[in-house]
Design a protein around this ligand. Structure first.
Ligand code: SF4
Ligand code: SF4
Length: 72
């Protein structure tokens, strides 16, 4: 069992604080077209730093099963 950050898009304002907080610059991508973010769950380590800084409570750690994409 793993955990990875999940974005509730209806709450995300695109402030980018989560991108700045994430220790890996390639995990959270900013979607310029709709001004929201997405998380690459295959790279997310589940550290929770992005969850802690999000001012809109748009991020949460979600359990992943082993049948879901493995992390590198
Ligand atoms: S910190 Fe929260 S509101 Fe800001 S871009 Fe990330 S998910 Fe969206
Ligand atoms: S849980 Fe950690 S590794 Fe995953 S997106 Fe958030 S800050 Fe990055």
């Amino acid at each position: 069992m793993y955990a990875a950050a999940k974005v509730e898009l209806s709450r995300c304002t695109g402030c980018k604080l989560c991108i700045l907080a994430c220790p890996d610059p390639n995990v959270i991508c900013f979607l310029a077209d709709d001004k929201k973010v997405k998380v690459d769950v295959t790279r997310c380590k589940g550290c929770g730093l992005c969850v802690a800084v999000c001012p809109k409570a748009a991020l949460a750690l979600e359990a992943l099963t082993e049948s879901e994409p493995a992390r590198t």
